[in-house]
Design a protein around this ligand. Structure first.
Ligand code: 5AD
Ligand code: FES
Length: 342
């Protein structure tokens, strides 16, 4: 195993069968090398992004997601412009220099409204980066928001196999449409984040290797990875959750493939394991994304069951995450934490 890990670190790539061996590897050396590579690139600094979940309306029906339009158990909400700006104000005071505006695919927010929101945030906080996570939109819409001040865009491909994508989504959603969005975003000049769930229903090791190869090809600035967690009112309520070790191995492998990658230790990781986010950082992660959403919104933004941090305010989450990072020898950086090309 050691040889394979050293080979990945040196060559930044492996053959399909080699990747499959590493994905299931139990050797701590994998995480040790990933951590060392993270440290050599970022020191002990962990970047922080403030997540603002501003709408839980969604026109899509992704089978795994708690916010899908077919779930009538959700109490739907939309934050007003003022509420979003209040989240930013609190976040800025707490040292956040990136705001992630995330929502379901909600046609209520037009390009005009979103562009206005981005330019207002940018004018108020010129030292901050804006990340959008609003799903699939047209090239022109992405371009408009970029010109209004958005810096980054998160859109997970969820899986890189067409057949598997079709298992997780209704027929009107396609992997090719998703990939086109990612290429459009890149062309426009966004720092692009893609990503996938680990252990989603029907996923095989080959699917995960497909994700690694797709990431190699796309060469994104960020990759969001978290375990699949079943949601009680979804068609996949009875499926089992993604494996912790497998998720950590994905993080470690990606760190070795791309030393400068922005790699969050996700909330989903912290949901399946109390110290999951710490473990994510120790396996090569270098970003945390505490929640800045208003308290009454949080409990309504349930992508999956038992999501953590739904009854703690922004200040508490900020303190909690700083403490957790300090315990493992890391420090929260009060900077935008942009992607650096190598
Ligand atoms: N388990 C884990 N992650 C999920 N997401 C959506 N539903 C689930 C779930 N049940 C993730 C998707 C999406 C991101 C916002 O949340 O990967 O891109
Ligand atoms: Fe929110 Fe810990 S990060 S309570």
């Amino acid at each position: 195993m050691k040889k394979l890990i050293d080979k990945l670190e040196a060559e930044k790539n492996l053959e399909r069968e080699e990747f499959k061996m590493l994905l299931t590897c139990e050797d701590d050396y994998l995480h040790e090398r990933a951590r060392a590579v993270r440290e050599s690139f970022f020191g002990n600094q962990i970047y922080m992004r403030g997540l603002i979940e501003f709408t839980n309306y969604c026109k899509n029906d992704c089978y795994y997601c708690g916010l899908r339009c077919g779930n009538s158990d959700v109490v739907r909400y939309r934050l007003t412009f003022e509420q979003i700006l209040e989240c930013c104000a609190e976040g800025h005071e707490l040292g956040f220099r990136t705001f992630v505006l995330q929502g379901g695919e909600d046609p209520y927010y037009t390009d005009d409204m979103l562009a206005d929101l981005c330019s207002t945030i940018k004018a108020t906080y010129p030292d901050c980066a804006i990340t959008l996570s609003l799903g699939e939109r047209s090239y022109d819409s992405y371009k408009r928001l970029f010109d209004a001040g958005a810096d980054r865009y998160l859109l997970r491909q969820e899986t890189s196999s067409d057949e598997h994508y079709a298992m997780l989504h209704p027929p009107e959603m396609t992997l090719s449409a998703r990939k086109k969005c990612l290429w459009d975003l890149k062309e426009i000049g966004y720092q692009v984040g893609c990503g996938f769930m680990v252990g989603s229903p029907g996923q095989t090791l080959d699917h995960l290797v497909d994700d690694l190869f797709f990431i190699k090809e796309l060469d994104p600035a960020m990759v969001g990875i978290g375990p699949f967690i079943p949601h009680k009112s979804s068609p996949y309520a009875e499926e089992k959750q993604g494996d912790l070790r497998l998720t950590l191995n994905c993080l470690a492998i990606l760190r070795l493939m791309k030393p400068n990658l922005l790699l969050p230790a996700t909330t989903a990781l912290g949901t399946i394991e109390e110290t999951g986010r710490e473990m994510g950082v120790l396996a090569g992660g270098n970003v945390v994304m505490p929640n800045l959403s208003p308290l009454d919104a949080r409990e309504k933004y349930m992508l999956y069951d038992n999501k953590i941090c739904t009854d703690d305010g922004a200040r508490k989450c900020r303190g909690c995450i700083a403490r957790r990072m300090k315990k493992i020898g890391c420090e929260i950086a009060v900077t935008r934490g942009d992607y650096v090309h190598v």
